[in-house]
Design a protein around this ligand. Structure first.
Ligand SMILES: [Zn+2]
Length: 328
């Protein structure tokens, strides 16, 4: 059985690099503050370990998609390309470049593959790597992106097209059906990922809105009087919604944070309809009455809100609860 390391074990590993307990804990605390409670203590420790080149997993070798865990390195996996996304350019203060992604699947699940190496990106552009082909990927590592696992490839990673002897008959339908598992709120932990909660909205807070880039939808921030996103200067902006609610499943209740699509699905409103609510907060009062008591299935992950020292749940997908699901 492959296991990730516990928080204490990660710290012990980092100590091997010559840092003291206090130095390590300060780094972790700093990182937690920087990410304002968006990640767990363990998550922050993993990031620090990765930055220092400390291996927090054994070399894991060949795995099925479902067996891949966040933080694993040197993974080898076979899969069929389900789809290939458009190559994107990016520019940050630190660097600029291009990134490509595709979905890879086997009979146990699907996972997003992210390519940063220009040589590999060119193979996508010239259609050498395309939908339907079977790939073997070596020397890749797994990262968390909003509760979803991603395999990241760099120049050291290797892609083998149509590897000999590899047959993939059926690809599992989706990431969620293969990887999410139901949990009671009373059992939820901050390190839990890919969780399904089923319950009732018992309280709904006023929505908040934040600026995003009109072109790419990323967070836009004011800098010297103009808005910028990670990719674009002086962007036109629109507003994205974040909605907090209390959710109860009979075992306990928890604050759930819903961004954008998740919030739209809670409210049953499209993005443009929500702009009205931003202009006329009174309209939200009518909506609130309809939404309270609604039963939902929410996919997402646990997170510790360090500021309030409480466990919360970040929604990645929200669906109305269908009665037959309760029987599962
Ligand atoms: Zn943008």
């Amino acid at each position: 059985m492959l296991m990730g390391l516990s928080y204490e074990e990660i710290i012990d590993k980092i100590k091997e690099k010559g840092l003291s307990q206090t130095e390590i804990e300060n780094k972790i605390k700093q990182r937690l503050e920087q990410l304002s409670g968006l990640i767990s203590k363990e998550g922050a420790a993993q990031i620090i370990a990765n930055e220092l080149g400390v291996k927090i997993f054994r070399d894991v070798g060949k795995l099925k998609v479902k067996e891949i865990k966040i933080g694993m390195r040197d993974i080898e996996v076979d899969g069929k390309i389900v789809n290939v996304n458009e190559v994107r350019s990016f520019k940050t203060e630190k660097r600029e470049g291009r990134v490509a992604s595709l979905m890879l699947g086997d009979e146990t699940g699907q996972i997003r593959i992210v390519l940063w190496d220009e040589g590999q990106i060119k193979r996508i552009e010239n259609n050498e790597i395309k939908e339907g082909l079977i790939l073997k990927i070596k020397n890749t590592y797994c990262r968390d992106n909003n509760g979803f696992k991603e395999l990241h490839l760099n120049a050291r990673s290797e892609i083998v097209l149509n590897p000999e002897g590899v047959v993939i008959e059926n690809v599992a339908e989706s990431m969620s059906s293969a990887e999410f598992s139901h949990k009671n709120i009373s059992e939820l932990k901050e390190s839990d990922r890919n969780i399904i909660l089923r319950g009732t909205i018992v309280q709904l807070f006023d929505p908040r809105f934040y600026e995003v880039c009109e072109k790419c939808g990323k967070r836009a921030l004011m800098e010297n009087g103009v808005f910028k996103c990670a990719d674009h200067d002086v962007v036109g902006i629109k507003y994205a919604i974040v909605l907090n609610l209390f959710f109860d499943d009979g075992t306990d209740n928890i604050r759930v944070v819903c961004f954008r699509d998740a919030a739209e699905n809670v409210l049953g409103k499209k993005e443009d309809e929500l702009q009205n609510i931003k202009e006329n907060p009174a309209e939200f009062e009518n909506l609130r009455k309809d939404i309270l008591g609604k039963q939902l299935e929410i996919n997402g992950r646990g997170t510790m809100n360090e500021m309030f020292n409480r466990l919360e749940f970040i929604a990645s997908r929200v669906e109305e609860l269908k009665p037959e699901k309760l029987l599962q």
